[in-house]
Design a protein around this ligand. Structure first.
Ligand SMILES: Cc1ncc(COP(=O)(O)O)c(C=O)c1O
Length: 359
């Protein structure tokens, strides 16, 4: 029996997608083998790859002057790929916003390749908010500006797109495809797949054409976006199963009304949980209103000695993976696209009952 899964990633996948993959595992479309067992250069896989790209383009309304890349190494490889591809040479500075654990990793990686200016940080209030533009200290001529629209661990989400005069780069790993985005405002967007796209093992990159040719000398071939773009993301063998499954998720999303529908749904789901938390003296949210993520909802119990009982009982009630990240503690419910409203209803009912019994 499938249970409600609130894992931050790898996260719940849509049930119809899993069922289709299951059905096709031994005999994919009458070919007598699975999609994992054919050449990535075969016409049948080429069709999978091209259809997935087109569906993603449709979902996010990606303009023609952007390449869509399917990449190895997760979002972490892109922490390195961004500076390698965009610093453009010595003497340039990269601007970064520091909003939590993932921004921290991205900044640390960029510093290996060139100077980083931390434009703004929310460390002063324990990464509980997205710093507004009035506090930013931008460089005059930055090579690029990087931010993390949704901090998966802290549960902080930007509710606006920064306006900057250099290429804007976003790590959208945990909120891509959860609402429409003005792609034309970005130079580069990347996202590890294992939250709103598909299984782990693949990442999506969306790169504006004019940014493909400023890589630093010595860039590893596997991180070079120009190489990936020219080879249709097949310079070497791509993670074909993850690509195929991501394609099924894109079809599922389209059938459900696309990213506008996902935005509405994510607002309804997260509002239900935040409203419940705010109405209770037993649970609280460490994130400031206005910066609260629709995708990842961390919350703490008034008495943390009850954390163990909460996790044990929630799991027994069929609510999986509610433990907060080890660096923050408490709980975290991730409400990605594949997590249905019924999961949030069940979670809230459980939380109310737990409070009544234990609070
Ligand atoms: C916002 C964000 N960036 C980067 C990563 C790292 O992704 P990966 O494990 O695919 O390298 C994660 C993983 O959870 C994430 O949530």
């Amino acid at each position: 029996m499938r249970k409600f899964n609130f894992c931050a990633g790898p996260a719940a996948l849509p049930e119809p997608v899993l069922l289709q993959a299951q059905q096709e595992l031994l005999d994919w479309g009458g070919r007598g083998c699975s999609v994992m067992e054919v050449s990535h250069r075969s016409p049948e896989f080429t069709e999978v790859a091209e259809t997935a790209e087109q569906d993603l383009r449709d979902l996010l309304a990606i303009p023609d002057n952007y390449k869509v890349l399917f990449l190895h190494g997760g979002a972490t490889a892109q922490f390195s790929a961004v500076p390698w591809n965009l610093f453009g040479g010595p003497g340039r500075v990269a601007d970064y916003i520091y909003t939590g654990q993932w921004a921290k990793k991205a900044i640390a990686e960029a510093r290996r390749y060139g100077p980083v200016n931390v434009v703004a940080s929310s460390e002063d209030r324990n990464f509980s908010y997205a710093p507004g533009p009035d506090s930013w200290q931008q460089s005059e001529d930055a090579a690029y500006f990087h931010y993390t629209p949704n901090e998966t661990i802290g549960g902080v989400e930007f509710d606006y797109v920064p306006e900057v005069s250099c290429p804007l780069v976003a790590d959208m790993s945990s909120n891509i495809l959860s609402r429409p985005i003005p792609v034309e405002k970005f130079g580069m967007i990347y996202a590890g797949a294992q939250k709103n796209i598909g299984p782990s093992g693949i990442a999506v990159g969306i790169v504006r054409d004019d940014l493909l040719d400023r890589a630093l000398d010595g860039i590893p071939r596997s991180l070079n976006w120009r190489v990936a773009a020219d080879a249709g993301s097949m310079d070497n063998t791509p993670p074909t199963f993850a690509w195929y499954l991501s394609g099924l998720v894109f079809k599922w999303l389209k059938a459900r009304g696309g990213v506008s529908a996902m935005e509405l749904e994510s607002r309804r789901k997260s509002a239900m949980l935040y409203d419940f938390i705010d109405g209770s003296d037993f649970y609280s949210s460490p994130v400031e209103p206005g910066s609260r993520s629709r995708m990842n909802v961390p919350f703490v119990l008034a008495d943390d000695s009850l954390d163990g009982a909460f996790l044990e009982q929630s799991e027994a009630a069929g609510l999986l993976n509610l433990k907060g990240h080890r660096s923050v503690g408490g709980m975290r419910a991730s409400l990605y696209n594949a997590v249905p409203m019924e999961a949030v209803e069940a979670l809230v009912a459980f939380m109310a009952d737990f409070e009544k019994r234990m609070g």
